[in-house]
Design a binder for this molecule. Structure first.
Ligand code: G3P
Ligand code: MG
Length: 355
C-alpha cells in the first residue's frame, strides 16, 4: 500500500519561525512546550521559514539551541533550500551570490554544491572603482574579497551565469550596482556593456536576452518580525528596490525578470510537503492528511497555505498568530482559517478540531 493511501489519516504541522517560535534571539513563550508536545505525541511537523544564511543542519541546531530542544535537519525547509534543485544546472558555472556577510554565503553555496562562487566583495577586489561610495563598507570588502575566487581566471573575462540572492543583502548600494551592471553587461561579464543598435541604450538583444545572468530570489517577504517594535525590511524589499531601479534604467521598456522561491511561492510549499511526507514516513512510519501552517505573516505564510493545491491530496489549512508581523485587530490581507493568540493556542485549536 502506498503512503498516500495509508489508512491512518494523520494531522501534521508546518511552523514558520520568526514571529511564531522566536523573535530575534528570544523564544516566544510557550513555543518550546508546544513543539515538545508534538514530539511526545509523535505528530509530524516541519519548519518552513523564509529565513536562511546557514545550512539546514546549522540552522536547525541554532533553533534547537534557542528552544532548548533536539530537532532534526530533515524537518527543516528554509528560503534557499529549493536552490538545491539548481545545482545540476549551475553547479559547475560561475555564480554571483548575495546576502549575509563575509564568507558565510560563499561557504553555504559551496556546501550546496555550487563550485564556482563569487561574492560582491570579490568583485570589489578586482574592480575597485565599481562602488563609488566605499567609505563605510570598504574595509569589510577588503577583508573578505578574494581576488582568486575564480579558479584559473579573472572576473573580467568570466561569464557569470546566475545571480543567487540567499539572504538580505548587507551593502545594498554595492549590490544594486553590481547586479544592474551584470544585467546590462555583454553576456554576463563584469565591466562590459551589451552592444546597442544605436537607439540610445537599447541592447540589440533586448533587456535580459543576451546571455546576462539569470536572477534568483528566495525570500519574497517585504518585512519580517524581530525584537524591534516594528517589522524590518527583508529580502523582498531589496528586490522591489532593484525592480524600481531597473524600470528607471530601462526607461520603462522592461520589467525586471527573475525567478522566485520561498513562501508564498508554490515551489516552496511543494518542497515543504515533500519534506514533511518523507519525514513522517521515515521517522514516524506515518502518512499525512492535513497540514496546519502556523504563521505570523498573512502575505507569506497564510496566502501560501491558502492557495497551495497539493498533488497528493493533502489539505493545507492556515492559522495566523498575533505574535509577529500581523497587527492584531486589523483585517489581514489574506484571511486565515483561524486566528490564534500564539503558537500554543494555534496548535491546541488545531488538535481539538482534528478530534
Ligand atoms: O528573513 C527571514 C524572514 O523574512 C522571515 O522568516 O521564519 O518568518 O519565515 P520566517
Ligand atoms: Mg514569520
Amino acid at each position: 500500500m502506498s503512503m498516500d493511501s495509508a489508512p491512518n489519516r494523520t494531522v501534521a504541522f508546518a511552523f514558520d519561525i520568526d514571529g511564531v517560535l522566536v523573535k530575534g534571539q528570544k523564544p516566544i513563550p510557550g513555543a518550546r512546550e508546544t513543539i515538545q508536545l508534538l514530539q511526545t505525541l509523535d505528530i509530524p511537523f516541519i519548519f518552513l521559514t523564509n529565513g536562511g544564511g546557514h545550512t539546514e543542519a546549522q540552522h536547525v541546531a541554532k533553533l534547537g539551541q534557542r528552544l532548548d530542544l533536539t530537532l532534526h535537519p530533515r524537518q527543516f525547509v528554509q528560503s534557499h533550500t529549493p536552490y538545491l534543485d539548481l545545482v545540476p544546472e549551475f553547479g559547475q558555472q560561475t555564480v554571483l551570490v548575495l546576502g549575509g556577510h563575509g564568507q558565510q554565503i560563499r561557504d553555504l553555496a559551496h556546501a550546496y554544491g555550487f563550485m564556482k562562487v563569487v561574492t560582491s566583495s570579490d568583485v570589489m577586489s578586482e574592480c575597485q572603482h565599481i562602488h563609488p561610495f566605499p567609505e563605510m563598507t570598504g574595509s569589510h570588502h577588503e577583508e573578505h574579497g578574494r581576488p582568486d575566487a575564480i579558479p584559473n581566471g579573472k572576473l573580467r573575462s568570466t561569464q557569470i551565469a546566475a545571480i543567487l540572492v540567499w539572504t538580505s543583502p548587507r551593502d545594498w548600494c554595492l549590490d544594486l550596482q553590481v547586479v544592474t551592471d551584470l544585467l546590462l553587461s555583454d553576456g554576463g561579464v563584469i565591466g562590459t556593456r551589451a552592444p546597442t543598435n544605436g537607439d540610445e541604450d537599447l541592447p540589440n538583444c533586448g533587456f535580459q536576452r543576451g546571455g546576462q545572468p539569470r536572477l534568483y530570489f528566495c525570500n519574497p517577504d517585504f518585512e519580517w518580525s524581530t525584537e524591534h517594535a516594528h517589522p524590518r525590511l527583508a529580502q523582498g524589499a531589496f528586490c522591489k528596490a532593484l525592480a524600481g531601479l531597473w524600470r528607471h534604467m530601462t526607461r520603462g521598456r522592461a520589467e525586471l525578470e527573475y525567478e522566485l522561491v520561498g513562501k508564498p511561492t508554490e515551489p516552496t510549499y511543494r518542497y515543504g510537503e515533500r519534506v514533511l511526507r518523507e519525514y513522517a514516513a521515515a521517522e514516524l512510519g506515518g502518512s499525512v492528511d492535513t497540514v496546519y501552517m502556523i504563521g505570523d505573516n498573512p502575505e507569506s505564510d497564510i496566502v501560501g497555505a491558502n492557495s497551495f493545491r497539493s498533488q497528493h491530496g493533502i489539505k493545507w489549512e492556515s492559522v495566523l498568530v498575533e505574535t509577529g508581523v500581523y497587527t492584531p485587530g486589523t483585517t489581514p490581507l489574506h484571511e486565515p482559517l483561524h486566528t490564534a493568540r500564539d503558537v500554543t493556542d494555534a496548535v491546541k485549536w488545531a488538535l481539538r478540531r482534528e478530534g
